[in-house]
Design a binder for this molecule. Sequence first.
Ligand code: HEM
Length: 207
Amino acid sequence: MISPFLSTLPLLLGFSWPPEAYLWFKTLHIVGVVVWFAGLFYLVRLFIYHREAEDLVPELRQPFQAQYALMERRLANIITTPGMVVAVTMAIGLLTVQPLWLHQGWMHAKLALVAALLAYHVFCYRLMGQLQAGSCAWSPRQLRALNELPTLLLVLVVMLVVFKGQFPTGAATWFMVFLVVFMAASIQFYARWRRLREERLAAESAS
Ligand code: HEM
């Protein structure tokens, strides 16, 4: 139902796309995706710093948290959400030129993952509100784990759009899965090692 609507939309509006329109939509779609992801990754990192600032002495806690709150709001509203809007608007443009993609299984899988990504985006706004109200129950460790989710979605979506109907299941795919899990686990272990070392140094300097 959507696909005939998208293909006739330009005609209904009284114009037809120039031949290079698809490539322009794709260029801007990729730029939007890069900006969107840069924002999502850094936003949750700021949430971690914001949450860790609760352990600071009271004179430092308030200014640090106020600064993080400001940075989060600006990042979310000036970079992350506009990136998402550009990526999604250009994706609609791509489908207007090439509506047949909408009949293919890889596109259905991609759209399902994008829906999950949009839900994550909305959830980040919710967490931002909670952090600013001082009512966020997520620990820095949980936030670090949460920050791995967009990485997984990014890898899957890019694989889908590149391989399309020939989604790979061979050794190379398992190697990629291993690499992503290894990278995510290394980040978690490094953060834990750093925290334990800081705690040990603090205990040593206190004694
Ligand atoms: C609103 C949801 C989205 C729709 C409807 C959509 C649709 C499309 C379409 C139709 C193409 C062109 C495919 C081709 O010409 O081969 C494309 C390309 C691409 N999309 Fe999306 N997309 C969406 C969201 C995303 C997201 C969230 C990402 C990243 C995680 C992404 C990454 C890409 C990349 C990297 C390409 C270029 C692939 C290539 O040229 O081989 N897209 N997208």
